[in-house]
Design a protein around this ligand. Structure first.
Ligand SMILES: CC(C)(COP(=O)(O)OP(=O)(O)OC[C@H]1O[C@@H](n2cnc3c(N)ncnc32)[C@H](O)[C@@H]1OP(=O)(O)O)[C@@H](O)C(=O)NCCC(=O)NCCS
Length: 170
């Protein structure tokens, strides 16, 4: 692991973030998922950010949180509807340093505070160990078609702590 990072920050998505987030999405797929997906699959996945306007619309329509280091975005997570984690991407230059953990911690708290009892995610094979470590359990194996390629993922679910239960700190 590299040097300790300056303390990361967390903030909501702004429309001006879209080009940076598209770049993080692409770099993260290209550099972090090669053990789990073929080059053709990675290309098909990356193409989802080619139309930046559509990509930005998707992020703006969800609850999107941005992790920053020295004010520059380095990762993001988005919640679709009340209880589904849609996107989670961390720039490879800061991978393995707790950025995704910080993002998902915050999202779980926000979703729980809004009444979600559990969260689901269609985890990539790359992200599956990350979610497993956080207490998500595999429910179903899926194969999805994306720009002519088939990609496997796993639907995982975690029950959130009941924040109204006695003894649970709020
Ligand atoms: C999955 C991903 C978001 C993890 O981001 P990250 O910032 O590196 O994760 P963290 O540093 O917070 O990791 C937290 C823990 O999970 C573990 N972990 C993270 N990625 C892992 C992997 N691919 N394999 C095994 N363990 C992993 C870490 O070792 C760490 O364990 P520790 O707490 O014992 O040290 C990142 O690898 C990524 O962007 N991947 C490519 C895109 C992708 O697949 N996105 C998910 C779509 S659902």
């Amino acid at each position: 692991m590299g040097q300790a990072l300056p303390k990361p920050g967390l903030r909501p998505f702004l429309p001006a973030d879209v080009p940076m987030l598209a770049a993080i999405f692409v770099a993260s797929i290209e550099e972090l998922t090669g053990d789990d997906y073929s080059e053709a699959q990675q290309e098909a996945w990356v193409a989802a950010a080619e139309d930046e306007e559509e990509f930005g619309k998707k992020l703006a329509g969800q609850l999107t949180l941005i992790a920053t280091i020295q004010n520059a975005p380095v990762g993001f997570v988005s919640l679709k509807g009340a209880d589904h984690i849609d996107m989670l991407f961390v720039h490879p230059s800061v991978a393995g340093q707790g950025i995704a953990s910080m993002l998902v911690d915050a999202l779980e708290k926000l979703a729980g505070a809004r009444g979600a009892k559990s969260l689901t995610v269609d985890a990539s094979d790359t992200a599956e160990p990350f979610f497993k470590k956080r207490g998500y359990t595999a429910k179903q194996r899926n194969t999805v078609t994306l720009n002519g390629e088939w990609l496997a993922n796993t639907t995982m679910q975690k029950t959130l702590a009941d924040r109204s239960a006695p003894g649970v700190p709020t």
